[in-house]
Write a protein that binds this ligand. Structure first.
Ligand code: IFM
Length: 459
């Protein structure tokens, strides 16, 4: 039997986001967000659902914090609903919204659970979208105001801040492919959105540090190693492109390398093989922006779910989704390949190629069809295996010298999985959406034991 051990200082947590769990979409003065507007538009969500109630966490946060304590978590990563605090995105403050987060932080600290705050997990105030959303620079400035408000009010107790969650998804799924809010399908505009998201990160970091000097501040990127479907040069090229499009487009600017020149050149080629033309999208980049984006961070948050197997498209109309198809083997309910090797590779790359100061896995997890059995248990053996395999490669990476300092499972609770509604269950804890009853899944009991022992035996 081999023992897989982690340092006592390794941070064990779980993560959620506001829109996916809070509900209370218009309670106590909260303003509308782009996700409220999107889900209230018929035909946008697979099961026709909304996040209006979700897990009702807004009203049940004390019960949820008690469950976190029962799992022995060191930390809890959650996001703030911007429009709950600043209903119009800037200006007037909604004290009731701020008080909710203040109570949540206090409840966590009372249980010795460190609060990790994500400022933006995709739910832009609709009022800002009405003024152009992330396509316009003014939204980046509004984000700084919001970051200032939050870090001034919570910075005495919150010591870990994440500016953005997965800017790739916010920019492209929401603005190029139209399957997330705000539901736009304009590729060049997605590049503007991406730039303003990154810019707002760079502008906000010093403001947060100014308000909460001992805080650690970072950004979370979803990174997916691109693997060529074959050893043919066209597939190898497709993988290089995908890596640039999805990973380097965000990683390089944050790490001070600017936008990847190879991808920029490709976007500017008329009739380029990707079918993606930047036009003049990048004229939104102003002198000094790239230096702002490259502000030193204390840590990089990595969200890892799957590798992307890339092949050269034969027909441009297939782009972009089918060009980056996943293999069929050993998939989760999302159709995502279970590939812990991809996490291992990405961790090593972040260390050797980018030399990032510290890494936290801020999300990793799996969706399976979980049911309660007749005794009321959720026997989610596949999720337990998924967790074990991914934690194993984390441990291997640490042995290689990768500065991986913590792991947050996605997600604390089954929740609203965006365009899939409630059809996908990622939770450590099962939620019966009719009754709001929470049931700790078997895999979460295993996770609890790993946390308590700071490791596990490989059997
Ligand atoms: O549910 C999402 C989360 O909001 C962002 N990262 C991926 C998760 C699973 O799709």
């Amino acid at each position: 039997m081999t023992r897989i051990s982690f340092a006592d200082s390794f941070v064990w947590g779980t993560a959620t986001s506001a829109y996916q769990i809070e509900g209370a979409w218009d309670a106590d003065g909260k303003g509308e967000s782009i996700w409220d507007r999107f889900t209230h538009t018929p035909g946008t969500i697979q099961d026709g659902s909304t996040g209006d109630v979700a897990c009702d966490h807004y009203n049940r946060y004390e019960e949820d914090v008690a469950l976190m304590a029962a799992l022995g978590l060191d930390a809890y990563r959650f996001s703030i609903s911007w429009s709950r605090v600043l209903p119009a995105g800037r200006g007037a403050l909604n004290q009731a919204g701020l008080d909710f987060y203040s109570r949540l932080v206090d409840a966590l600290l009372a249980h010795n659970i460190a609060p990790w705050v994500t400022l933006y997990h995709w739910d832009l105030p609709q009022a800002l979208q009405d003024e152009g959303g992330w396509e316009v620079r003014a939204t980046a400035e509004a984000f700084v105001e919001y970051a200032d408000v939050m870090s001034r009010h919570l910075g005495d107790r919150v010591k870990h801040w994440i500016t953005h969650n997965e800017p790739f998804v916010a920019a492209f799924l929401g603005n190029a492919w139209g399957i997330h809010a705000p539901g736009k399908k304009e590729f060049p505009k997605a590049l503007r959105v991406a730039h303003h998201l990154l810019l707002s990160h760079g502008l906000a970091v010093p403001v947060i540090r100014g308000n909460s000097p001992e805080s650690k501040v970072g950004i979370t990127l979803d990174l997916s190693p691109a693997v060529p479907a074959s050893l043919g040069s066209a597939d190898i090229q497709a993988a290089q492109f995908y890596d640039g499009f999805h990973n380097r487009w965000f990683l390089d600017p944050v790490c001070g390398r600017g936008y990847p020149q190879d991808i920029l050149a490709l976007y500017n080629m008329p009739d380029n093989p990707t079918g993606m033309i930047a036009d003049d999208a990048m004229d939104c980049v102003q002198p000094g922006d790239m230096e702002t984006v490259a502000v030193p961070i204390d840590f990089l948050g990595l969200n890892y779910y799957f590798r992307t197997v890339s092949s050269h498209p034969h027909d441009k109309s297939e782009l972009p989704q089918t060009a980056f198809r996943l293999t069929a083997a050993d998939n989760t309910n999302m159709g995502w390949e279970v590939a812990p090797q991809g996490l291992y590779d990405m961790l090593n790359r972040l260390h050797t190629d980018y030399n990032v100061p510290a890494i936290y896995i801020t999300e990793n997890g799996s969706s399976y069809d979980d049911d309660l059995d007749e005794s009321g248990r959720v026997r989610d053996v596949l999720r337990q295996r998924y967790l074990r395999e991914h934690l194993f490669v984390c441990n291997q990476a640490i042995r290689n010298g990768v500065p991986l300092q913590g792991y947050f499972s996605w997600s604390l609770l089954d929740n609203f999985e965006w365009a899939f509604g409630y059809l996908q269950r990622f939770g450590n804890i099962h939620v019966d959406y009719e009754t709001q009853k929470r049931t700790i899944k078997d895999s979460a009991y295993w996770y609890r034991d790993v946390i308590a022992a700071r490791g596990f035996d490989l059997v």
